[in-house]
Design a binder for this molecule. Structure first.
Ligand SMILES: *[C@@H]1O[C@H](CO)[C@@H](O)[C@H](O)[C@H]1NC(C)=O
Ligand SMILES: *[C@@H]1O[C@H](CO)[C@@H](O)[C@H](O)[C@H]1NC(C)=O
Length: 241
């Protein structure tokens, strides 16, 4: 791919990533896990409270650090915390966090004091991730015999803690960062796609083979070759004129 195509491709992927859900509602079982994309607004709901049934409620994170409390007749109090300027509540117990950051990943607990004096709590495990970055497949082809080749494929990415998934058209492939495969004229894959993913996003790169030992040229390369064919005769006729 030419640098310009590449830039365009990256921009598109970034946009796609940003278009994913901007607000996520946690399911209301007692200990749930929520994976979200950094920078989005998130609402955490332990349970849906009915105003009048409770006296107060508090959201806590990192097991003992209070974030914000609802009490009296619709008054709220924010506590000193990393989240202080980015949170607000509604009167049904929902905690809203603006522009969630990776360091906000934590255990969040909603503690409710019911009108009868009883206490109850709900816990949500929040994990904030960045979108994965674009991987690139690096290929090494080593000729063994006339038309049999040893092919090494490496899926390169700057991210850690991502899952690698390979797809091809010659059967199942090992699921690892690197692949080593023998291509014979009878059995080779026409393409390899490496997909990197985390719980909130995935991206992939594909490389194509036109024979057991030959990679297909990228679209960008075809394009510049076509230009050469067209421009050379034009320049020549110009000089001769
Ligand atoms: C509490 O405040 C919210 C927003 O400020 C409002 O929508 C809601 O009606 C209020 N509830 C009560 C019981 O006053
Ligand atoms: C690769 O990514 C494109 C868009 O970026 C998507 O349409 C396609 O389904 C993905 N393929 C695989 C195998 O993940």
């Amino acid at each position: 791919m030419s640098p310009r195509h590449w830039e365009c491709f990256l921009t598109l992927q970034l946009l796609l990533c940003l278009f994913l859900e901007t607000s996520v509602q946690a399911p209301s079982d007692s200990a749930s896990e929520l994976n979200v994309i950094a920078g989005h607004n998130v609402s955490l709901s332990g349970t849906t409270l009915v105003p009048g049934n409770y006296t107060s409620f508090t959201w806590i994170y990192a097991t003992d650090q209070k974030i914000i409390e609802w009490y009296g007749s619709n008054e709220t109090k924010s506590f000193e915390s990393e989240l202080r300027d980015r949170v607000h509540l509604d009167d049904q117990g929902t905690l809203f966090i603006n522009k969630v950051q990776k360091k906000d990943s934590s255990t969040y607990t909603l503690q409710v004091l019911w009108v009868g004096g009883e206490e109850q709590e709900w816990t949500i495990q929040l994990q904030v991730h960045d979108c994965v970055s674009q991987p690139t497949i690096r290929v090494e082809v080593e000729r063994k015999e006339k038309s049999t080749c040893r092919v090494k494929l490496l899926c390169e990415t700057q991210d850690q803690h991502v899952k690698y998934t390979w797809f091809g058209n010659s059967g199942p492939l090992p699921q690892d960062k690197a692949l080593e495969i023998t291509h014979t004229p009878e059995k080779y894959s026409k393409f390899y796609t490496c997909q990197v993913s985390n719980p909130v996003s995935s991206k992939n790169d594909t490389t194509n083979f036109i024979s057991p030992c030959t990679l297909a040229h990228s679209c960008g390369a075809h394009w510049s070759a076509a230009w050469l064919l067209i421009t050379v005769p034009v320049v020549l006729s110009f000089l001769l004129a």
